[in-house]
Design a protein around this ligand. Structure first.
Ligand SMILES: [Zn+2]
Ligand SMILES: [Zn+2]
Length: 384
């Protein structure tokens, strides 16, 4: 049993508390990882706010991150101590209906244990000082200096890829690129509207650019995020704090866009994704809506063969996609560092939650180990 510092959520709505927990060694099929850096994502906030269901506390949040393997349990063949890895929060079982059908991101076994807040054997490795068990968030729980995860949740990455950048791979990057490549299947020259330019939205913009999209229209209410979107390949911006976004998009794309991708998770923005479509086009919803949210659509427009679909975790085998994207990043063909607006540490994650609730800033990376993370000093410990 080892000790590790972690940011703990004790109940929905409470602020995170940084404290020392005990962590059991990895069991068969699991690995112990020293966390270098962790991304702070809106779904951490959704869970902290109680919007993803009850009863999973106390819990250590954090589901995108990167680090170095320190120990491996029995029956782990493909990882050894010293391997650099990025976390994948769906470790597919390869046996359920979804996995057999090749839809690994929808693995039913992984989903059951993720909702329960346990690892794949139904138990937990973390304990508070008073002995109470602490739940895991989607097998990862990387708002901590160390974590024990299923081996399938630790994806090897190239040695030359800095870990502070690799930290974004396992949620924002694979979700954004997969939504464009595997769900929308954006074609050369097609028009794309991206609604919400935070951590995932900026990756959608970059993926649309890489896919050869024609017009890429970024919509957000924060001019700073729109500027980042421009830097990642957006051709046009619509500032929804200053103008009606529907009119703004249709002025740029008369008759509607070929693809709309929503990365906010609110009824108004999902409806906007629908409204900007040309006949026959599909809106892809990536944003996670608060519990109980309903969306209202004009049913007659279904006659124009418009569609609305969700995309979860890249709509493919996330570990395979992550390894490919990591190689592109290592080769310098995919820049993602400029999507990071803030760096912080364990104590600053609560403040990063505040920025996400207010919709300011793009991605915050929490650095757990400066030497391993290799984050640039220009970003270090910025707090505004
Ligand atoms: Zn996420
Ligand atoms: Zn499965």
């Amino acid at each position: 049993m080892m000790q590790t510092r972690a940011a703990v959520l004790h109940e929905a709505g409470a602020p995170l508390v940084v404290e020392t927990l005990s962590l059991e060694p990895p069991r068969p099929g699991e690995v112990l990882v020293r966390v270098a850096a962790a991304g702070v994502c809106h779904s951490d906030v959704r869970l902290a706010d109680g919007d993803l269901g009850d009863g999973r506390w106390p819990i250590v949040l954090g589901h995108e991150g990167a680090g170095v393997v320190e120990a491996v349990g029995a029956d782990v063949g493909d990882l050894t101590p010293g391997d650099r890895v990025a976390f994948c929060f769906v470790p597919p079982c390869r046996a359920c209906r979804a996995c057999v059908a090749g839809r690994f991101q929808l693995c039913e076994t992984a989903a059951t244990h993720a909702w329960a807040g346990t690892l794949l054997d139904g138990t937990m490795r973390l304990r508070l000082a008073d002995g109470r068990a602490v739940r895991h968030f989607n097998f990862v729980s990387c708002f901590a200096e160390h974590c024990v995860v299923p081996a399938a949740s630790a994806v090897p990455i190239p040695a030359q890829l800095p870990l502070w950048q690799a930290a974004l791979l396992g949620c924002a990057v694979v979700t954004g690129f997969g939504a464009v490549r595997n769900a929308a299947r954006v074609g050369i020259g097609e028009s794309v509207c991206v609604i919400g330019c935070g951590g995932v939205g900026l990756q959608i913009v970059a993926a649309a650019h890489m896919a050869g999209a024609g017009r890429i229209i970024a919509v957000d209410r924060d001019p700073a995020k729109l500027a980042l979107a421009r830097g990642r390949g957006a051709t046009d911006e619509v500032d929804s704090s200053r103008q009606d976004p529907l009119a703004g998009v249709l002025a740029l794309a008369p008759g509607g866009v070929d693809h709309a991708l929503e990365a906010v998770g609110l009824p108004g923005t999902i409806r906007l994704a629908w409204d900007v479509l040309r006949p026959g086009a599909t809106a892809i919803v990536v944003g996670i809506a608060p519990r109980g949210t309903e969306v209202c659509l004009p049913a007659q427009e279904l006659l124009s063969e418009k569609s609305l679909r969700g995309s979860y975790y890249g709509s493919a085998n996330p570990a395979v996609e992550m390894a490919r994207l990591a190689q592109l990043m290592a080769d310098g063909r995919l820049q993602i560092g400029d999507a990071v607006s803030h760096l912080t540490d364990l104590d600053g994650i609560e403040e990063a939650f505040g920025r996400l609730r207010r919709g300011t800033g793009s991605r915050t990376i929490a650095v757990l180990d400066d030497a391993l993370a290799q984050a640039p000093t220009r970003l270090r410990r910025s707090t505004t």
